[in-house]
Design a protein around this ligand. Structure first.
Ligand code: ADP
Ligand code: MG
Length: 434
């Protein structure tokens, strides 16, 4: 079958982020309470935040709280446990950071711990804390793998009042008794559902075991499968569950799926890259694949970099920094870049390999259309991916069905055409690069 016959666009798929909407009665009442308070159209100054914090919020250009912020800051400041679910790019970092800064301002003890799944995200959160807490005496220490231990020891000796860490490195310090977590009053877990998956769960349990049990716990993410939520709740005390709907980003991120064969992928990718001008983030499934793609694309383009877990920490930092500051236009990455990474103006996300679980799809495409921006997300689907596509469909069963996707295939006139002689795709620029 020609790719042009298999092209369809998938609209409003981000609505899937609201997949865990069956509230228990108590949570539902809390939800209504905070909805009411949101209707009052709160401003940052209405929460009783320290003047120094308000000053830094203004300096960052934050005009008013985003919905997830306006609904989470209040209960978090009251000391309640909060589970905050809102789409990618809606300001969840500040939703948990501001209450933390308010609490730990001027404290000498290490009073707050923030956990994140990747080094890059932990670094980004640390930077956000430093920006939001600049005038409030925030001293954030960062513990991530790949950095010489002596740097960690230096950071821990500098009297931090907030610690940001990836689980693996923090556990190294717990084992070697080089970190004291006995004064932690608040634990925040970003990308919480990811942190409770098989890979991280034993580590999370070990960390939580050494924290004071009377602490406050804040869990944030854009996706929360029901079975994972049950695990997460075991580490929380009657959390206020705040879920913000997901209509806006769906309208801003234009999504397309290309039904291709494996050998169509590279020419199609090269065409898309040729015709785009903005920042592009390409996801491949494995580290090896990232290396392969990177070699092929680098032979045609000069501003390409790559990110995966086998690269040295310094190379990872150079890649991320270069992508952020515009030195590199194209970043090829594994799912290490799927969660939380906030780079302004990523114009286009390309799933060269379709993600294996539906939540990863949501997080990957969430790297574009952040805050008020718009963007494009293109996915290549081979026959082998059809099962994953149908899990995506299952996750969104009440919102979007396979049939509805099929109906969208009526939009085929905008599809790329494979020229038979050289298999090069005539990619229509208007549909992907604005
Ligand atoms: P999320 O964690 O929900 O994916 P982030 O916390 O990374 O989103 O925030 C996305 C972007 O929005 C960041 O660049 C952040 O600086 C910006 N942002 C956060 N809060 C506000 C606000 N109240 N007003 C304007 N921009 C904001
Ligand atoms: Mg985030």
């Amino acid at each position: 079958m020609r790719p042009s016959e298999n092209f369809f666009s998938l609209k409003n798929i981000l609505r899937m982020a609201s997949c865990t909407q069956d509230f228990n009665t108590q949570a539902f009442q809390q939800e209504r309470y905070y909805l009411k308070s949101e209707l009052k159209n709160k401003k940052f100054k209405d929460y009783g935040l320290h003047k120094t914090i308000l000053q830094d919020i203004t300096a960052l250009g934050f005009d008013k709280p985003t919905p997830i912020q306006s609904r989470c800051i209040e209960p978090a400041l009251e000391g309640k446990d909060v589970m905050g679910l809102a789409q990618t790019g809606t300001g969840k970092t500040a939703a948990f950071s501001l209450p933390i800064i308010q609490r730990v301002t001027n404290k000498m003890d290490m009073s707050a711990l923030i956990l994140a799944p990747t080094r890059e995200l932990a670094q980004q959160i640390t930077q956000a804390l430093r920006d939001l807490g600049k005038s409030s005496g925030i001293r954030a220490a960062l513990l991530v793998g790949g950095v010489p231990m002596k740097e960690d020891h230096k950071a821990l000796r500098s009297w931090p009042n907030v610690l940001v860490a990836t689980p693996g490195r923090l556990i190294d310090h717990i084992y070697s008794k080089t970190v004291d977590l006995s004064h932690i009053e608040i634990l925040a877990v970003d990308e919480a559902d990811r942190m409770y998956e098989m890979g991280f769960l034993p580590q999370i349990k070990q960390i939580i075991e050494v924290l004071p049990p009377e602490r406050q716990t804040l869990m944030f993410t854009a996706t929360m499968p029901k079975e994972v939520e049950r695990l997460v709740r075991r580490h929380m005390r009657s959390p206020v569950r705040v879920q913000v709907g997901s209509v806006a980003p769906a309208a801003r991120a234009e999504q397309k799926l290309f039904r291709v064969d494996e050998h169509d992928k590279m020419p199609l990718l090269l065409d898309i890259l040729d015709q785009s001008e903005g920042r592009v983030l390409v996801f491949a499934q494995t580290k090896r694949k990232v290396e392969q793609l990177s070699r092929k694309i680098s032979s045609r383009k000069s501003n390409v970099t790559r990110l995966h877990g086998d690269r040295e920490q310094s190379q990872r930092e150079i890649a991320m920094e270069g992508f952020r500051n515009g030195k590199y236009r194209i970043l090829i990455a594994t799912d290490i870049a799927a969660r939380g990474i906030d780079v302004a103006d990523i114009e286009h996300i390309i799933n060269y390999d379709f993600p294996r679980c539906p939540e990863d799809y949501i997080h990957r495409i969430g790297r574009t259309a952040r805050a008020a921006a718009s963007g494009f997300a293109t996915s290549f689907i081979t026959k082998q991916d059809l099962g994953c596509l149908s899990s995506l469909e299952k996750l969104t069963s009440s919102k979007i069905s396979l049939k509805a996707v099929g109906d969208c295939a009526l939009e085929r006139p905008t599809a790329p055409v494979v020229k038979k002689n050289n298999r090069k795709h005539n990619y229509r620029r208007n549909s992907h690069s604005r």
